[in-house]
Design a protein around this ligand. Sequence first.
Ligand code: NAD
Length: 373
Amino acid sequence: MPYSLMILPGDGIGPEAMSEVKKVISWLQENADIEFDIQEDLVGGAAIDAYGVPFSDETLEKCKKADAVLLGAVGGPKWDNVDYNIRPEAGLLRIRKELDLFANLRPAIVFDALIEASTLKEEVVRGLDILIVRELTGGVYFGEPRGIEDLGNGQRRGVNTQVYTTSEIERVGRIAFDLAKKRSNRVCSCEKANVMESGKLWREDMSALHAAEFSDVELSHMYADNCAMQLLRNPSQFDVIVTDNLFGDILSDEAAMLTGSLGMLPSASLGMSGTGICNALYEPVHGSAPDIAGQGKANPLASILSFSMALRYSFNRGDLADHLEQAVQNVLNSGIRTADIMADGCKQVSTSEMGDILVERLSAQPLQSQSAA
Ligand code: NAD
């Protein structure tokens, strides 16, 4: 059975980067034992222009049926003045909400060839490979009551509510523990149990889940502020970090910057549908980069590495993800660079040249396919 893949290239550099992902997909279809049934549609500004909304109901239905959704990026100055409710980014929020994507996965991997791009010392970040699992649909960004009220005496009061239930904590915890089993088997759960009741509940529920279902995985707890410090002091101590929406927002950006290059950062967002099948959206961390769109300067590797996450997590083909990631390493090791990661002595290439060279490297490496093994 082919896997169904929904591709939403979006705006700005999104379509340019996605063209290079499609080269990788074609290579896999021709050379590996995997087949895809691919559909493509519009999202963000491109969808506003065509359908009047940034994410249409028809597109949503197709996404719900797909095994995985690959997204480029949305937004750009052309749509800066559209109504707030139909701005391009609203399309992104709608996909996340409608697919109930409650777990956001952000790897922070330092490639040896790009180690100088990190602002930290080489010995601190060499070989870094951590994964932050952020709860994405609950917590203070969604809790009620919320709002700004007028106190009538020249003062106003802003309110947001941090709220989590046991089931919300358990479902993101299960994803973190399951992922740790495929990595170095360690989970660090972060909250502020020392000052927040929701953090106390988070810690208790993670511990109970661990004892009941995942005692074979090593679990530690850390206050989120300490985690922020430890990420700079000794990031390699971590394997998987699981945390709530607010702390995850901050800690995942901090961890990403340990790697130093926005054009290299992939992400995945996972959820469960009613039937228990996993919904999944894969997208680069970067935006639509209107300043370089259409100039062949975009680094397509964040989008390609996002597709690699789809191979690993949606299609259970870690072997093909390893093959692809090895090819990315080889390309970087041979000094091939797009402008954003250019360094002395390296060769600068365009977006499409990067895709072509990567595909050459895919062919040059022996493919140890899972089913052939
Ligand atoms: P951005 O990530 O688009 O760009 C920030 C800087 O990084 C720019 O200088 C850009 O040229 C560079 N850059 C980003 N990705 C790159 C890549 N792959 N290769 C080379 N250089 C790259 O962020 P921004 O400028 O703050 O936002 C631009 C637009 O993107 C806005 O409309 C914003 O709302 C939108 N945005 C969308 C998403 C998304 O779709 N998930 C995320 C962030 C921002």
